[in-house]
Write a new protein. Sequence first.
Length: 118
Amino acid sequence: QVLLAESGGGSVQAGGSLRLSCTASGRIPSNYAMGWFRQAPGKEREFVAGISWTGGSISYADVVKGRFTISRDTAENTVYLQMNSLKLEDTALYFCAASNVGWARGNWGQGTQVTVSS
């Protein structure tokens, strides 16, 4: 089982930047994908960005394209989410996930809070 720990959340003013990190315990198999999701109060969890562990495939939600960048460091077993030009609506609890059988059946971290203020 892959255990995930997120970090890097915090409070930032609109227009600012944050970088989230998600470090996995142990080696991540090459057929896994890693993803970032978020959940705002009163809303459903939504996909933000995903990357195959081999790095060959990357995808983003339309609402973050051009502002967020997902990357991974295989040597550190870590996936990152660089968030630039943050908006008030980016405020949410951000989760990291790892899976090779679909996100719903994957491994999830506990989340890290991102709060964007005006």
